[in-house]
Design a protein around this ligand. Structure first.
Ligand SMILES: [Zn+2]
Length: 139
């Protein structure tokens, strides 16, 4: 059965805030409905012109999204309870898909950009291959 989406849900999709299962359903509908595509396009366009508020800028700029290094620390269990709770809320309650994807990637790969293991691995793999730092006098 095809679900109908509210304007709010369509905007959440545009901002990548719609939970993954709903987004998948919406994308399926968008592929078969030019009316729905048109409605989504009009919503985005009218918001861009009517809502120059800080809140809108916040949503569009993803300013509330923690950087990947913070998610990495979360995966490693290096964050306190308060911040960990905030991050879980961001993904589980707000449903931020960008951060959920980031988190899943970090959990699967174990390849954390700021972890000591990775730094060591990079250092070891490039040992003896790095040229001496350029002389400051060189132009
Ligand atoms: Zn996020």
């Amino acid at each position: 059965m095809s679900q109908t989406f509210t304007d709010e849900e369509l905007m959440a999709y545009a901002d990548e805030r719609l939970p993954v299962d709903q987004a998948a359903e919406l994308e399926r509908l968008l592929r078969s409905s030019t009316d729905l595509v048109q409605r989504l396009a009009e919503l985005v366009q009218s918001r861009e012109s009517l809502d120059p508020s800080l809140g809108a800028m916040w949503r569009r700029g993803r300013w509330s999204c923690p950087p990947r290094a913070v998610w990495s620390a979360f995966v490693d269990g290096r964050l306190g309870d308060g911040l960990s709770q905030h991050l879980r809320f961001h993904v589980e309650v707000i449903g931020c898909r960008v951060c959920a994807a980031n988190l899943a990637d970090l959990q699967q790969s174990g390849d954390h950009p700021d972890s000591e293991g990775r730094v060591r691995k990079i250092f070891q793999s490039s040992a003896g291959r790095l040229a001496a730092p350029p002389s400051p006098a060189r132009e």
